[in-house]
Design a protein around this ligand. Structure first.
Ligand SMILES: [Zn+2]
Length: 213
């Protein structure tokens, strides 16, 4: 038997998930509110939230394209659940050319139309436009700083509020939640995992930037 339950999203918003009944009973016995870590650790190892939480969330990213890919996903989540984005993440990767900054910066009108007609991704003019315009900006940052990652490191460390200001004046469609999630999910800001989460130790071993203050 499968039931819908509402749990806390990683950005502390409620989101619906489909659970088997045993998991649902377990979840309801837990003290509320539960964290994203607590909820995800109850999920099956094959659940997309579980895979994201265990292998990606909070871990540093080395490549500019992958960093940019995470930013694209966070921008596209705005107003939607993270489940929606996780379910579509492979479609995003395909539609956005493996998140190649160079290729996306060169997208023309026909690429924009292709994305607008792709039901596998989020078809939102502002979000698609933000991906293309932000790719062009990252190309410039790569010229000036060597890489997008080096540009972030150049500014690190900053408080969440300072980061939001920097992102807002540099990029399109980068509001507070998006910037916070992007930087937490890539290890520049702390807070992706609760300290008792077993994945927190693995994140620490990967030496996230938030440790270097
Ligand atoms: Zn965790």
């Amino acid at each position: 038997m499968l039931v819908y339950s509402f749990v806390l999203n990683k950005d502390n918003h409620l989101f619906p998930i489909l659970l088997n009944f045993n998991l649902f009973k377990k979840l309801n016995r837990m003290e509320k509110p539960t964290t994203y870590c607590d909820v995800v650790l109850l999920m099956d190892k094959t659940n997309l939230h579980r895979i994201y939480h265990d292998t990606a969330y909070g871990f540093p990213i080395g490549s500019d394209d992958e960093l940019f890919g995470r930013l694209i996903l966070e921008i596209n989540q705005a107003g939607l659940s993270w489940s929606t984005i996780l379910n579509k993440q492979e479609n995003f990767r395909k539609a956005y050319k493996n998140f190649s900054v160079k290729k996306i910066a060169a997208f023309k009108e026909k690429d924009f139309e292709r994305l607008m007609n792709d039901a596998g991704i989020i078809r939102n003019r502002l979000k698609i436009n933000a991906a293309i315009e932000n790719a062009k900006i990252i190309l410039l940052l790569q010229k000036d700083f060597g890489s997008f990652k080096k540009w972030i490191e150049h500014h690190h460390p900053k408080t969440k509020e300072e980061w939001v200001k920097i992102f807002k004046k540099t990029f399109k469609f980068t509001g507070g939640e998006i910037v916070n999630e992007f930087l937490m999910s890539t290890g520049y800001l702390p807070g992706a995992h609760i300290k008792s989460c077993p994945v927190y130790k693995k994140v620490l071993k990967a030496k996230p930037a938030f440790l270097k203050k």
